[in-house]
Design a protein around this ligand. Structure first.
Ligand SMILES: *Cc1c(COP(=O)(O)O)cnc(C)c1O
Length: 360
C-alpha cells in the first residue's frame, strides 16, 4: 500500500540530544529554552516577526481571534479543513460562508465583498493547499470596511509572496505544526501577528491570561503552551526543512507534468512560491472522482477526498443559514488528494501516476 501521507521523522540522534538537554534541566514547558530557540529560528527561517508558538493550529486560530477581539460575524471560506470554521464557532463567532474562486480554490474576494455588513469583524480566508490568496484584494477590502484579516495559513509554511513571507500578510496568520503538515512539532501551531502589541497580549492569553512579565491577570486566557519536547522535534526537523520542501515540490511538479491533460490542477498564484504541501487533482465530475477514488484504493494507492463536504453543508456550522455556494460544492465534489510526502519513493510516484491514468 502506498500511503497518502507519512509524517517526516527527524534524525533520532538529534532528537535524543535535545531530550538529554531537557533531562538535565527538568525544564519541560512554560517558555523553555528550546521553545525560545525554535521561535527565533522560525522567525529567522520564515522572515517574520512576532511569531508565537502554541499547542496546535486550532488553538492558534482561537488565540488569534481572541487577541484581535473579534466579535459577531466573520466571512470565511467553506472549502477548507473543518477547524477553520469550527474554531470560529467555538469562540462564539458566527462565520458566514462565501464562495470560492473556481481556479485557485481560495475564498473569492468579490463574493466576500458582497457579504460584507456592519456586523462583520473579520475575514478568515485559507491559503488552501499552500496556494496564496489574493492578499492585496483582501487587504483593501478590510481597510475599506475596517475589519481584521486572519489567514488560516496551516498549509502555507515557507511560502514566499513577491519575495516576502506570505505569513506577513493579514493582522494574523496561523500555522498548524501537526504531524501531517509539511513542517511539524508532532502537535503544535503558531501565530504570526502584524502588531507587536497584539503579540505581547497573545503571550499572556496562551498562559491563562497571566502576564508573562509581571504576573498580573488582565485577560481571559487559556492554556495553549507548547512543551519543550514538542519544540525539540521541531528544532531537529528544521535542520532538514529545505530538503523536505524541495523533494515535495519536485514530486508535485512530476505529477503535474505527467497528469496535465488527464486531470486539472489548482491554479497556483503566479507571484508566490510552491511548497508541495498537497497534491489535489480535479476531475471532470463527481462521478469520475468517485470512480478514480475506488480504483486507486483497490490498487493500493492511498487517496483522500478532501476537503469534503463543503462546510456550508454542515448544519452544526451554519446557524440555520441556507447557502447556495455552487463553486465550493462543485470543486469539493470533484477533488481528490494523492500521496505526497518526503519519503515517497520515485517508483511509487510512477505507480501513482500510472494508476491515475488507468483510472481516468
Ligand atoms: C490542519 C489544519 C488546521 C488545524 O491544525 P491542528 O494543528 O491540527 O489543530 C486548521 N486549518 C487547516 C486548513 C488545516 O489544514
Amino acid at each position: 500500500m502506498i500511503s497518502l501521507n507519512r509524517p517526516y521523522l527527524p534524525d533520532q540522534k538529534k532528537v535524543t540530544a535535545y531530550l538529554d538537554r531537557i533531562y538535565s534541566t527538568a525544564h519541560l514547558t512554560n517558555n523553555g529554552p528550546l521553545l525560545r530557540e525554535l521561535q527565533e529560528r522560525l522567525e529567522d527561517y520564515l522572515g517574520v516577526e512576532n511569531l508565537l508558538l502554541v499547542s496546535s493550529g486550532t488553538a492558534a486560530l482561537q488565540v488569534a481571534y481572541q487577541a484581535l477581539n473579534l466579535t459577531g460575524n466573520t466571512i470565511t471560506t467553506p472549502y477548507t479543513f473543518v477547524a477553520t470554521a469550527s474554531s470560529q464557532k467555538w469562540m462564539g463567532l458566527s462565520p458566514l460562508f462565501s464562495d470560492i474562486d473556481e481556479k485557485t480554490f481560495n475564498l473569492c474576494p468579490d463574493s466576500a465583498h458582497r457579504m460584507m455588513t456592519e456586523s462583520v469583524s473579520a475575514l478568515v480566508p485559507t491559503h488552501l493547499y499552500g496556494n496564496a490568496c489574493y492578499v492585496e484584494d483582501f487587504e483593501s477590502l478590510a481597510e475599506r470596511h475596517q475589519v481584521k484579516v486572519v489567514y488560516d495559513a496551516a498549509h502555507a509554511f515557507g511560502v514566499k509572496y513577491k519575495g516576502k513571507s506570505l505569513l506577513s500578510w493579514g493582522d494574523a496568520s496561523v500555522l498548524s505544526l501537526h504531524a501531517t503538515k509539511l513542517f511539524h512539532t508532532v502537535e503544535g501551531g503558531a501565530v504570526v501577528f502584524k502588531s507587536s502589541d497584539t503579540y505581547e497580549q497573545a503571550k499572556d492569553i496562551i498562559n491563562f491570561g497571566i502576564s508573562v512579565s509581571d504576573g498580573s491577570i488582565g485577560h481571559v486566557g487559556i492554556n495553549a503552551k507548547m512543551s519543550e519536547i514538542h519544540a525539540a522535534t521541531g528544532l531537529a526537523m528544521l535542520d532538514d526543512i529545505n530538503h523536505v520542501i524541495e523533494r515535495r515540490v519536485a514530486i508535485y511538479e512530476q505529477y503535474k507534468d505527467a497528469l496535465s491533460g488527464c486531470v486539472e490542477f489548482q491554479e497556483m498564484h503566479e507571484n508566490a512560491t510552491l511548497n508541495g504541501a498537497y497534491a489535489p487533482l480535479l476531475f471532470d465530475s463527481g462521478e469520475t472522482r468517485a470512480r478514480v477514488q475506488a480504483h486507486l484504493m483497490k490498487n493500493n494507492v492511498g487517496v483522500r477526498h478532501y476537503f469534503s463536504p463543503s462546510l456550508n453543508q454542515l448544519a452544526c456550522l451554519c446557524d440555520g443559514h441556507e447557502y447556495d455556494l455552487p463553486v465550493a460544492e462543485n470543486i469539493s465534489d470533484r477533488v481528490l488528494c494523492i500521496p505526497l510526502y518526503y519519503d515517497l519513493q520515485q517508483k511509487e510516484v510512477l505507480q501513482v501516476i500510472d494508476q491515475v491514468r488507468r483510472a481516468v
